[in-house]
Design a binder for this molecule. Structure first.
Ligand SMILES: Cc1ncc(COP(=O)(O)O)c(C=O)c1O
Length: 376
């Protein structure tokens, strides 16, 4: 594979999202102004923010940021965290440091493309597909079968983009046990953690429960603050974190000081921020589910257990990609066809649509889409 190959989802978004009048394409919830963030976190932070000196922050992050991030884990200390320019930089850096050319990785599909493309650029990769006919369930046994002598890492992403699926705690424990027995790392993309509609579904963070667990997170999803561009990796293994730190020396080196300040503030005041996101997600998931149920001949949905993405199967004769193209051309409502989730590892059906339901525009977009569907 020649790297970098086209990031199909990002290309699709770049081509259409800014021109679409009603984009239902976002993978993140409605964001907020800096003003609102100060209101939620406390106005006493305004003066220190304005006095922040625009130096380079330390490579791993300011002590305050690392402390705030560590406080979101049960056992991770500030010394076991490295911040990055978003989750994407962290994905790139982590797989560069995890995989040598003779190594093998196992990746769950469908997947956010970089979790597959970056490992593929380093070595051989086997995909394990979630079951599209069974609410996107994972069969742990299939993961076990996919492992080879030289498997170095298993990459997982739960809550899952784009289906909102989750595995059970027992399944996560089983994956950790399988990997521990063979010394395999688990790279766990946990960017949708804290968006579970039933908190009982929430999984532990892999860095808390496994000495070779690497947890990825970011401000973009549960916190609804993608513009801060601060992601992070947490891991108990100091030697590996030192390698990861070296990789960052060649990438962003460090984040922006205002981004680190505001992220620290947001994480320290996370309860109202998370609650705000979840209140909207909860009511809008219900609105979208109800909307899709009005057209049972067109859509079949496995209701997402977390996140702000729904991934219904499109049943119309013309197929999901043609549907999405006509829909945006004729109404300005943009949804994303699953062809953008194509994988080199396993077949991914092109019959699905990714619909973001976390943004303020959902209600009006569904009105427009409904009028159009009813006319057809
Ligand atoms: C599963 C997953 N991982 C990582 C990322 C990257 O996050 P960011 O764009 O905030 O770097 C995304 C973004 O959509 C995602 O959905």
């Amino acid at each position: 594979m020649s790297f970098p190959e086209d990031f199909r989802l990002i290309s699709y978004l770049s081509r259409l999202e800014h021109a679409a009048r009603f984009p239902l394409s976002s993978s993140y919830p409605e964001s907020m102004s800096i003003d609102t963030l100060f209101e939620l976190a406390g106005k006493e932070h305004r003066a220190p923010f304005m006095q922040t000196v625009l130096d380079y922050p330390p490579l791993r992050g300011t002590p305050e940021l690392l402390e705030a991030i560590a406080s979101t884990y049960r056992h991770i200390t500030p010394q076991q965290v490295i911040s990055f320019a978003g989750a994407d930089e962290a994905i790139y850096a982590s797989f560069q440091m995890l995989l040598e050319p003779d190594d093998h990785a196992v990746v769950i599909t469908p997947t956010y493309q970089s979790l597959e493309s970056v490992p593929l650029s380093r070595g051989s990769v086997t995909g394990v597909a979630l079951d599209e006919n069974n609410d996107w369930a994972l069969e742990v046994e299939k993961v076990r079968t996919a492992l080879r002598e030289n498997t170095k890492v298993l990459a997982i992403n739960f809550p899952h983009n784009p289906t909102g699926a989750l595995i059970s705690r027992q399944q996560l424990t089983d994956l950790v046990d399988i990997c521990r027995a063979r010394g395999i790392w688990i790279f766990s993309d946990e960017v949708y953690r804290l968006t579970e509609f039933d908190p009982a579904d929430r999984l532990p963070q892999v860095a808390d429960i496994y000495e070779r667990g690497i947890s990825l997170n970011v401000t973009s999803k549960a916190y609804g603050l993608p513009g801060l561009r601060i992601g992070w990796v947490a891991c108990q293994d100091d030697a590996w974190m030192l390698k990861l730190e070296r990789m960052k020396q060649y990438l962003s080196i460090c984040n922006s000081m205002p981004g680190e300040f505001l992220t620290t503030m947001a994480l320290n005041a996370r309860a109202p921020i998370l609650e705000r996101v979840m209140a909207r997600s909860r009511s809008q998931r219900a609105a979208l589910t109800e909307f899709l149920a009005r057209y049972p001949h067109l859509f079949r949905l496995s209701v997402p257990k977390a996140g702000v993405l729904a991934f219904p199967r499109y049943l119309g004769a013309e197929g999901a990609e043609a549907f999405a193209t006509t829909l945006v051309a004729e109404t300005g409502v943009m949804v994303i066809p699953s062809v953008t989730y194509a994988s080199e590892l396993t077949p991914v059906s092109e019959d699905f649509l990714r619909i973001g339901f976390g943004r303020e525009n959902l209600e009006q977009s569904l009105v427009e889409m409904g009028k159009w569907l009813d006319r057809r």
